[in-house]
Write a protein that binds this ligand. Structure first.
Ligand code: 5RP
Length: 218
């Protein structure tokens, strides 16, 4: 099976977690794009969504979904999003699509985080995928220096986030303690968000494998 076929499988499986009549949190990325398409095809009653990116908002609106600003919402029952890497403790690296900050905010107000990922995303130790860090533009050089001091090799991505910031992709970090690393990087002046989701990891992992969808629950 191709990676896209595995992504479609988990996108379809995530429909079982959609609570009809409730506001749905929607992440960002190619797996989530498949999920949005599957949601539309399912005809499930989703009165409104909260989206983690301009990209997902545009796609949802084009399909007729109402998208609310998070400031209009108290709580979200279910948040569906992909990941770049996920470890056995359900900690994740996210931000390959550059939407990490809004993803982390939406995840923080969601009761259940359903991670949809193809099998290539499951790892024992996070860090093979370059860790994205969203940075205030004037602080790129300063933050890069601090990340080098932590043992990382940061490279500025040719990309501006939905929030008008820059991304540093950091290679070379062996993230054995994701919660500690999340706190350390978030504490660097100029960092908006690190793409480590350990303080608030996933609750459910739907993993697309050639043998079918495997479900892991925390
Ligand atoms: C975007 C993300 C995505 O969830 C992550 O990059 C996975 O993307 P894809 O579903 O395209 O493999 O964190 O910021």
């Amino acid at each position: 099976m191709t990676q896209d076929e595995l992504k479609k499988l988990v996108a379809q499986a995530a429909l079982n977690y959609v609570e009809e009549g409730s506001i749905l949190g929607v992440g960002t990325g190619s797996t989530v794009d498949f999920f949005i398409d599957a949601l539309k095809a399912s005809g499930k009653n989703v009165p409104a969504c909260v989206s983690s990116s301009v990209r997902s908002t545009k796609k949802l609106q084009a399909l007729g979904y109402k998208v609310l600003d998070l400031n209009e919402v108290d709580e979200i029952s279910v948040y569906v999003d992909g990941a770049d890497e996920i470890n056995p403790s359900f900690d994740m690296i996210k931000g390959g699509g550059g939407a990490l900050t809004r993803e982390k905010i939406v995840a923080s107000v969601s009761k259940k985080f359903v991670c949809i990922a193809d099998a290539s995303k499951k790892v024992d130790v996070l860090g093979r995928f370059a860790l994205p860090v969203e940075v205030i533009p004037m602080a790129v050089r300063a933050v890069a220096g601090k990340l080098r001091a932590l043992g990382g090799d940061p490279v500025e991505r040719d990309f501006t986030t939905d929030n008008g910031n820059r991304i540093l992709d950091v290679r070379g970090l062996q993230i054995v303690d994701p919660k500690a690393m999340e706190a350390t990087v978030n504490a660097i002046a100029g960092v908006v968000t690190v793409g480590l989701f350990a303080q608030r990891g996933a609750d459910v992992l739907l993993l697309g494998t050639p043998e079918g969808v495997k479900t892991f629950i925390r």
